[in-house]
Each structure stands twice: as C-alpha cells, then as structure tokens.
Design a protein around this ligand. Structure first.
Ligand SMILES: Cc1cc2nc3c(=O)[nH]c(=O)nc-3n(C[C@H](O)[C@H](O)[C@H](O)COP(=O)(O)OP(=O)(O)OC[C@H]3O[C@@H](n4cnc5c(N)ncnc54)[C@H](O)[C@@H]3O)c2cc1C
Length: 366
C-alpha cells in the first residue's frame, strides 16, 4: 500500500487547495485528491464576490472569516500570480447595494469593519433602472474570477511540490484506535497520516458513509444549487458590481457581465433550466437596460455546501484524532477561504490563532 504525504486532503475546491497551500508553506508535504479534476465544482461556478450579500444580516462568525480573508487576499493573489503566471483577476470593482431598508445596521457594520461607504456615483446609478432605497456604495469591495484563481493556485501548488491525484473518489476509511490509518479510493488503497476533509457539498453524505460507527451525527451540510448567466457585453458596459434585492450583476475585467444567482435545494443536480434563464435574463436586462442587445453566452450551475447559518465547520473530527474538516462555506466560500485555511492549519500545528476557532467547532456549528 502506498503511503501518502504528511497530510492528505480530500477535495480540490478552493478550501482544499488553500488548505494545501497553508500546509505546504508550513513545511508539510501534501497530497490532494479529488473525485474529478481540481477546482471544477462549486468553487469554479461561483461569482467570486469577496463579500457576503448583505453582510450585516449574517452571523458575526462569517464576518470574522471574511474580514481576515480580505487582509490575506492581496499577498495570496500576488504570490500565486507571480509563481503561476495566471492572473486571478482580483479587481476592486466596488459594489452598489440598491435597497437597504436596514441602512442603519449596514452603516454600523461598515463602520465596525472599516469598510468605506458612501452615496453611489451618479454615472453608475444612471445606467440602472431600479427603485433605490437608501442605496449604499462600497467602493473597496473586490471580486476574483473563480476559474482563473483556481488554476493559478493549482499551478502554484504544483510548483511547491503538492501531489495531485485526480479522478480519485474517497470511498472508505480504516479506523484503528480512533485514528484513520488507511483509505480506500476508486483508484486504490493508501496509508494516511493526517486526513483533511474539504469535500464541499458532499461532506455530509460522505461523512455518513465513512464513519457509520461514530456516535456523532454527520455535519449538516447539504447541496444548494445556484444558477448563473454570462452576457457577452462590450467593455465598459457596467463599471461595478450591483446587488439589487436577491440578485446581482458582476462585470468581469474583459467587460462581460455575470448575472446570478438562484438558491435551490438540489440533489447534486447541476442541470440548468429555461425558466431560470428567462428569470435571470429579465432581472439583468431590467436592471441594466444596456444588456437588452447583449446575448447570453453561458448558463451554468454549481452546488454550494449549504449549512443553516452559512457558518463552516473548521477543525478536528469530534471523535477521530487525525481527521479534520474545512467545509460548509455555503454562499461565501471564496470570501472566507484564506482565513479558513489558515485557521485550520494553525489548529493542526498548534500555532497561535489569529481568530477564535470556537464558532467553527463541530459542536458549535451543529
Ligand atoms: C452560483 C454560485 C455563486 C457563488 N458565488 C459566490 C461568491 O460570489 N462569493 C463567494 O465567496 N462564494 C460564492 N459561492 C460559494 C462558493 O463557491 C462555495 O462556498 C465554495 O466554492 C466552496 O468551496 P469548497 O472547496 O468547499 O467546495 P467545492 O469547490 O465544491 O470543492 C469540493 C471538492 O470535493 C470533491 N469531492 C467531493 N466528494 C469527494 C470524494 N468522496 N472524494 C474525492 N473528492 C471529493 C469535489 O469533486 C469537489 O471538487 C457561490 C457558489 C455558487 C454555486
């Protein structure tokens, strides 16, 4: 049986990859396995907004990870861009939130977290057709282009010596004295030392299958589908991200505009449907009339790792000594990933913590 590295990470989404990066930077050798290719699931499908939607309505545990991630992103982007040559297109495009019935809470949150806010620029507002209610302009909010970020991190990890095993599904584990000693995958058996589960929306079901003898119930993570559209738009059509009620528009660096997203209970079904396409197209064209003449060129779906409050599980398995998880980031996995990865590896290596780990303990989230 092949013995894998110091650390074996299951799942090559943004959480698995950035956790691998933290491990390798700490001097550990790392293997990442994925049942498909690296970074092709939820992390690929998302909008890449580095801020939760209406963050002041979310639990403080989410703000803690997001705010710390925002401090880590600039160096991360610079490092992976320079080592991979792939630009993750992390752009400070700013975000306009058109309707804020709870504007006092919004302003209090911005003030607490030193997020600049002001009245929106006139040219941006003039390009839109919507009813404004206490509109809020957050000029510093950034976005990343998901597929490019994932490719960039993957290349960086290859250069750092991380081993990738693709098309390799974790199926079973062997447990001896409260430790996982080996795993069975679709491509063979491996001896493991430390196992990190970062399997996104699949984590709840996988946990149940892997650890049927454990008394702790599986993490409450379930698949929540999100559909997105891409408009073929000339550069300059939209200058900033716009959140209007439950939906948003995101202008990419090449000018193309994304419209998203839906929140649907699903069973790992990534199909798209015509009704949703019409709904999102109508939303986008009504909000930004310049899109009337721009065709929709892509329509896709991804499966988010949904939890009740959107708070992820970060930390050790409640019963098994050498198993941890980093999963359940629901709608904000890109925005929370750098801090989540750092927190988990700080816990594993018993390094000083930059954040309290308590809100993300198995027992706290569950
Ligand atoms: C439409 C949409 C819009 C979004 N917009 C945003 C946004 O603007 N900002 C933001 O921060 N977040 C956003 N998100 C959420 C974000 O994408 C997720 O929270 C994040 O991608 C979760 O990352 P992950 O690594 O946990 O999961 P994933 O990227 O899904 O990775 C999990 C990996 O585990 C692998 N895996 C599963 N089971 C096994 C197994 N048994 N063996 C081996 N491998 C396995 C899978 O193949 C997969 O590659 C959005 C999501 C969607 C779908």
């Amino acid at each position: 049986m092949t013995t894998l590295s110091d650390v074996t990470i299951i799942g090559g989404g943004i959480l698995g990859l950035l956790t691998a990066r933290e491990c390798v930077l700490a001097g550990l050798n790392v293997t990442v396995m994925d049942k498909g290719q690296m970074g092709q699931e939820s992390s690929w499908a998302g909008g890449g907004i580095l801020l939760p939607l209406y963050p002041w309505r979310q639990p403080d545990a989410i703000s803690q990870l997001v705010m710390h991630s925002l401090t880590l992103y600039p160096a991360l982007i610079q490092d992976v861009f320079s080592s991979s040559g792939i630009d993750p297109e992390c752009v400070q495009s700013g975000m306009l939130i058109t309707k804020n019935p709870d504007v006092q809470d919004a302003i209090a949150w911005c003030t607490q977290h030193a997020i600049t806010h002001s009245t929106p620029p006139k040219d941006l507002v003039n390009a839109l057709t919507t009813t404004l209610l206490n509109p809020l302009w957050l000029p510093d909010i950034r976005q990343v282009r998901n597929p490019r970020l994932l490719q960039s991190v993957r290349e960086d990890l290859i250069q750092k010596g991380v081993q990738f095993i693709t098309d390799c599904e974790l199926l079973e584990v062997r447990i001896q004295q409260q430790r996982v000693t080996s795993i069975t995958t679709s491509t063979g058996h491996y001896a493991v030392q430390s196992l990190i589960v970062a399997t996104g929306a699949w984590t709840g079901g996988l946990w149940q299958r892997l650890f049927p003898e454990q008394t702790t119930p599986p993490p409450a993570i379930r698949p929540i589908k999100g559909q997105m559209l891409l408009f073929d738009t000339p550069p300059g059509t939209l200058s900033a991200m716009v959140l209007d009620d439950a939906h948003y528009l995101i202008p990419r660096l090449d000018g193309k505009v994304l419209a998203g997203s839906t929140v649907e209970h699903s069973d790992f079904d990534k199909s798209t449907d015509a009704e949703t396409k019409t709904k999102l197209t109508d939303f986008a064209r009504q909000l930004l009339p310049a899109l009337q003449t721009c065709p929709v060129i892509k329509h896709w779906a991804g499966v988010r790792p949904g939890t009740d409050q959107g708070i992820p599980y970060i930390g050790q398995h409640p019963e098994l000594e050498n198993v941890s998880m980093n999963a359940g980031h629901f709608r904000n996995g890109l925005a929370m990933a750098p801090a989540s990865a750092q927190l988990l590896v700080d816990l594993l290596l018993k390094r000083p913590l930059k954040l309290s780990a308590e809100p993300y303990h198995y027992q706290s989230v569950h």
